[in-house]
Design a protein around this ligand. Sequence first.
Ligand code: GDP
Ligand code: MG
Length: 169
Amino acid sequence: RSGYVAVVGKPNVGKSTLSNQMVGQKLSIVTDKPQTTRHRILGICSGPEYQMILYDTPGVIEKKMHMLDSMMMKNVRSAAINADCVLVVVDARKAPENIDEVLQEGLGDLKDKPPILLVLNKKDLIKPGEIAKKLEWYEKFTEVDEVIPVSARYGQGVDDVMDWIVSKL
Ligand code: GDP
Ligand code: MG
């Protein structure tokens, strides 16, 4: 089984770190500076029964959609159109965000919407009780298909993300 995975989210949420963990080697530059990876970078991740192509797509949910310039918009579109599934990465420390508006803009007129996984990253930085609350919020108030808390930096939950992706290929 093989497929394309779009990794989207604001700068610094951990998209590159997560991608690197999944690929098992450096895929793109990890940095504290926002928006170092300006262009989509492709990584290939394969196991005995699967192959996945990762798109590290910076800046997708960075601003309200009406503020996105046309180039950003094209990135959202092309990433989404090519994807078999979409990982939306958020920083667990931040207040829950209504990501539906942006996803709707990006995916809205596609005939077959790809499955969407909300990756609640940096779980190592907040209390378990807080993680549970945020997980519940995203499940209740957004259209995402699943929520998985992870710590990309420490590799926690990354296997669950991989399993979810493989189940969608
Ligand atoms: P991107 O802009 O979304 O690609 O984010 P990066 O992967 O470049 O990560 C931004 C910063 O967050 C880096 O300093 C990472 O080391 C850090 N980071 C990423 N994931 C985690 C995590 O799970 N826990 C912690 N504590 N830091 C993380
Ligand atoms: Mg990056």
